[in-house]
Design a protein around this ligand. Structure first.
Ligand SMILES: [Zn+2]
Ligand SMILES: [Zn+2]
Length: 112
């Protein structure tokens, strides 16, 4: 009881930010205090989603990223043009036109 810490917000973060934030939470967490892991439980699914292909749902290999759309819907190169498992359909990346390789993102995915 008493001081209630503000939960870490989950804004539209890109995978690099999510990766860093999640790592920071792990580093700052108190292993003896289960409450300190709450934020982690919340963030890890977002992190995983941000590194998964929206077509095949597996972790990204050789990822492509929408360059104009800011929706963070990545897909693997062989999945380009495939049917996305997004509901409702995303307006930003619907036609897969602006998907490009993104070195920064590729490096984040490669850390896994
Ligand atoms: Zn895929
Ligand atoms: Zn999208």
């Amino acid at each position: 009881m008493g001081s209630k810490e503000n939960p870490v917000p989950v804004p539209k973060m890109n995978s690099t930010n999510l990766y860093v934030t999640t790592t920071q939470i792990i580093m700052k967490s108190d292993p003896t205090n289960p409450n300190s892991w709450q934020d982690l439980y919340r963030l890890v699914p977002y992190l995983r989603n941000s590194l998964c292909c929206v077509v095949c749902s597996y972790l990204l290999v050789d990822p492509l990223t929408p360059m104009i759309a800011q929706c963070q819907h990545h897909l693997c190169r062989p999945c380009k043009g495939g049917r996305k498992k997004i509901k409702p359909a995303c307006e930003g990346c619907k036609d897969c036109k602006d998907y490009m390789e993104n070195k920064r993102f590729t490096n984040t995915a490669a850390m896994l």
